[in-house]
Design a binder for this molecule. Structure first.
Ligand SMILES: C[S@@+](CC[C@H](N)C(=O)[O-])C[C@H]1O[C@@H](n2cnc3c(N)ncnc32)[C@H](O)[C@@H]1O
Ligand code: SF4
Length: 333
């Protein structure tokens, strides 16, 4: 699948729930969230059919996300079935880490079970090493659980574990160096993400915005100039650097300030309520659940995918006073 601008679409981000056990200030609206009713959520069967159809069109990488994907019952069984789709070469999962250390069977953690189910790469959110700040950002006192979850993930032997930190002025700029140390000691890739206007929360104010450039400056004031790693790419828009004198890599995701952000975009998103979204930062979305439930054939659904890809915008709309039609939690980051 190729869009009008020559982007080859090979990556599908699949959200399996809009529910979450945390309440991150930048992701959820402050007013109490009403979850979607079960009937409006794609069943795993339906989601797998859409992944298979995407795979036939060239999707080779799937990342499972949410909400918090591990809050959905039998997320593991679902992931095992993704692995059965032979042209999906890579399965990733984005998680807040709170449930990774939980035991799913005697002697087996959720992290271990995910690895065994075929997940190769894990993205774990961690905005701070301070328990109180963590509770303030996420609305929950789960910091200890997340740290245990990270240990469980390391023990499970994933091919790649990345820690994702959303940058927030006034909340976590004093945490950047401790986070670099934490990731370095554990051999994990750390990425700093600019806050995007994807919720209605007050935290998404300009006063709270901290750019990747400023974060990089703060880090360089301690470690010296970071060394660009232009040959190192994961599947996303992060720009990577090496910390001088160490093998450690850190990445910066500057959706708001990096003007080249969209140039290598290879993604399509499927929301848990069956909308295909060609871009995170655009209100465009197309309801594939409707034809799916009305009995569309595989060929018809393939055409639907192709039509969505044909409407993929050249770049996101975040810099144009973007007003989200959907909150991050309901898109799947
Ligand atoms: C929506 S979450 C879903 C997966 C999982 N619950 C988690 O927290 O990792 C995916 C990623 O989106 C990020 N995110 C949420 N809201 C954001 C915002 N307003 N700007 C930038 N990143 C955001 C989170 O920090 C997380 O790394
Ligand atoms: S960022 Fe992840 S953990 Fe936080 S509220 Fe959103 S979905 Fe939940």
């Amino acid at each position: 699948m190729e869009d009008r601008f020559g982007h080859r679409i090979s990556y599908l981000r699949v959200s399996i729930t809009d529910r979450c056990n945390e309440r991150c200030a930048y992701c959820m609206p402050q007013e109490l969230q009403e979850w979607l009713p079960r009937a409006e959520i794609l069943t795993f069967e339906e989601t797998l059919r859409l992944i298979r159809i995407g795979a036939e069109l060239g999707i080779s990488k799937v990342r499972v996300t949410g909400g918090e994907p591990l809050t959905r019952r039998d997320a593991l069984g679902f992931i095992r079935r993704i692995r059965e789709i032979s042209s999906i070469k890579s399965i990733g999962l984005s998680t807040n880490g709170t449930l990774l250390a939980g035991e799913v069977a005697p002697g087996r953690t959720m992290a271990g079970a995910l690895r065994a189910a075929g997940v190769q790469s894990l993205n774990i959110s961690l905005d701070t090493l301070d328990r109180q700040v963590y509770a303030r950002i996420t609305g929950r006192d789960f910091h200890q659980r997340v740290l245990q979850g990270i240990d469980a993930a390391i023990a499970a032997g994933f091919e790649q574990i990345k820690l994702n930190t959303v940058l927030m002025r006034g909340r976590n700029e004093d945490q950047l160096i401790p986070l670099v140390e934490f990731a370095g000691q554990r051999g994990l890739i750390l990425r700093f993400i600019e806050m995007m206007p994807v919720s209605t929360a007050a935290v998404l104010d300009e006063d709270n915005f901290l750019s990747v450039r400023e974060a990089k400056r703060l880090i360089e004031s301690v470690y010296g100039n970071l060394i660009p790693q232009s040959e190192f790419r994961t599947n996303g828009p992060a720009v990577y650097y090496q910390v001088p004198g160490r093998g450690q890599r850190i990445g910066f995701i500057g959706a708001m300030t990096n003007l080249h952000f969209c140039e290598s975009c290879n993604k399509l998103r499927l929301t848990c309520d069956g909308k295909l979204r060609p871009c995170l930062g655009s209100s465009l979305e197309f309801d594939i659940m409707k034809p799916l439930r009305a009995g569309a054939t595989d060929d018809e659904l393939k055409q639907f995918f192709l039509d969505v890809v044909a409407r993929k915008p050249q770049q996101h709309d975040f810099r144009n006073n973007y007003q989200p039609n959907r909150k991050m939690i309901a898109i799947g980051g």
